[in-house]
Design a binder for this molecule. Structure first.
Ligand code: FAD
Length: 468
């Protein structure tokens, strides 16, 4: 029941939006709202690109809240208790998180606040289904995507319809309450900024553009990195600038059924990853298939550095790694190719790649990143079979047939005819001469032989299998 002087605190975390935010709506129904963000870097280490995005997103959220967002630091239980005492708040709300370290912290915060006499209300604003709602008939979590999605998700109640922006009466920020820090951006951050519009309004516009322009044809087009048929919603979803429910319902009846189903299935993959991290807390650190713990990963700092910088001499891999460096994003097909190259052709531990992505991706999500790396490496619960080694040259011919993607990010080989773009080392000398390209000078020779390195990876894998 709303009373005239009731006050609630809404603790914003990965839900940087006003619309379809059930916990914020609950706070607004209770009374005036004190909106707060608590920076807790020890509990929540963010990579550099993701932190940059978040900084801008907080500024957009603060503007949408009329400049009332507090950005405080410290132990959340202590900060929230102090804030509640200062503003006479009787309720604290937040959107649930599902990473094991966040759930542990949130339980402790809830216990401390309720012991101090405050009411606490958490709501699901991040997932279409709660992890404990989608279980096998025997009550255990699904380990394979298709039954998880088809039976578990589609067999459950349909996702909640999005809520409107609540009528909010935010408590103004006092002069001694800090708001978001003014952004002082490094050159690399300004470079990222050229590729993105950030914040809730931009997320809504991106979704509307996708539904209007790219949903039709998505099912077939989504695998081609150029011209880019996908929604590019992942950073907005990762920071909670838009809810998965909004995306799920926006496509209803808005395009051909196969495209709607394909897009929703990708949202289903996002759920699958989040549920896996909830049920298997070691996901970012340890292979889910325990035999992979004995994998003889190679320690090769030079190869790792060449991969990170997009200087492997394998154009699709280099294009992907440069897209990541320049834009903070990489197309999904190319993410699979570069991850396969690192873990199989270079035989470097998937955790090294996972960490690099965590630092460079604007859409970094601990769940999606770790689950996807384990999927590609073959060590996940549901994983590509280890013997599935993506061939970057064949993948380029199939998914970048006109070379638009490779030419954009690897301009030094742009003069090569399409046919040789994915594997310049196979081009006859005359073709290379005509393109004005000298391998080893203008562009590296491949740092590994694709066939020999594939065979080496398969031999290591078979050795693991036979020791089981
Ligand atoms: P769309 O095709 O438009 O899909 C719509 C939404 O569905 C996406 O925004 C995303 O939220 C979700 N989605 C799509 N594909 C996947 C997928 N395979 N797994 C999980 N969710 C998916 N995604 C992240 O959000 N954060 C990560 O840190 C991340 N790391 C990855 C690491 C590797 C090695 C790989 C192979 C994939 C990773 N992905 C990650 C998944 C996927 O590549 C991105 O979600 C996708 O490229 C985002 O582009 P989009 O928004 O245009 O996708």
């Amino acid at each position: 029941m709303k009373t005239p002087d009731a006050v609630a605190i809404h603790w914003f975390r990965q839900d940087l939006r006003l619309a379809d935010n059930p916990a914020l709506t609950a706070a607004a129904r209770h009374g005036r709202v004190v909106p707060v963000v608590i920076e807790d870097p020890e509990a929540d280490p963010a990579g550099a690109a993701s932190a940059w995005w978040r900084g801008r997103s907080l500024a957009a959220l603060d503007a949408a809240l009329g400049g009332s967002l507090r950005v405080l630091r410290g132990d959340p239980a202590a900060v929230l208790a102090e804030l509640a005492a200062r503003h006479g708040a009787s309720l604290v709300t937040w959107t649930r998180r599902y990473e094991p370290w966040a759930t542990a912290r949130d339980s402790a915060v809830k216990a401390a606040l309720t012991a101090g006499g405050l009411a606490v209300q958490s709501e699901n604003g991040a997932l279409l289904w709660e992890p404990w709602e989608v279980l096998k008939p025997d009550g255990t979590p699904y380990r394979v995507f298709t039954p998880f999605y088809r039976r578990g998700c589609l067999g459950a109640a349909p996702p909640r319809r999005p809520l409107p922006v609540p009528r909010l009466d935010p408590v103004p920020r006092a002069p001694d309450e800090p708001g978001p820090a003014a952004a002082r951006e490094a050159p690399w951050e300004r470079k990222l900024a050229r590729h993105w519009q950030i914040g809730e309004a931009a997320a809504g516009a991106a979704l509307a553009r996708f539904v209007g322009e790219r949903l039709a044809g998505y099912a077939k087009g989504r695998d081609f990195p150029a011209p880019g048929q996908t929604s590019r919603l992942s950073p907005h979803l990762a920071h909670g600038e838009i809810s998965p429910n909004a995306a799920w319902h926006a496509v209803a009846g808005a395009g051909p059924a196969e495209d709607v189903a394909a897009f929703r299935a990708e949202l289903g993959w996002r759920e699958f990853c989040a549920h896996q991290l909830f049920h298997f807390p070691d996901l970012p650190q340890a292979p889910l298939r325990t035999e992979f713990a004995a994998m003889p990963w190679r320690d090769d700092p030079d190869a790792l550095a060449a991969w990170q910088r997009g200087q492997t001499g394998v154009p699709l891999v280099d294009a992907g790694m440069r897209e990541l460096w320049q834009t903070g994003f990489m197309h999904n097909r190319v993410r699979m190719v570069v991850a396969s190259f690192l873990t199989k052709n270079l035989m470097i531990d998937w955790r090294r790649g996972e960490r690099w992505f965590a630092d460079c991706l604007v859409d970094y999500s601990p769940a999606s990143n770790a689950a996807s790396w384990q999927w590609v490496a073959g060590s996940g619960a549901d994983a590509a079979p280890y013997f599935r080694v993506f061939n970057p040259a064949t993948q380029a011919a199939k998914f970048d047939p006109e070379g638009a993607y490779i030419r954009r990010f690897v301009p030094e080989i742009a003069q090569l005819p399409d046919r040789w773009l994915g594997a310049p080392w196979t081009a006859p000398d005359a073709v290379l001469r005509q393109a004005g390209l000298r391998l080893g000078r203008d562009y590296p020779r491949p740092i590994v032989d694709l066939a020999a390195s594939r065979a080496r990876a398969l031999a290591a894998f078979h050795a693991l299998e036979s020791e089981r």
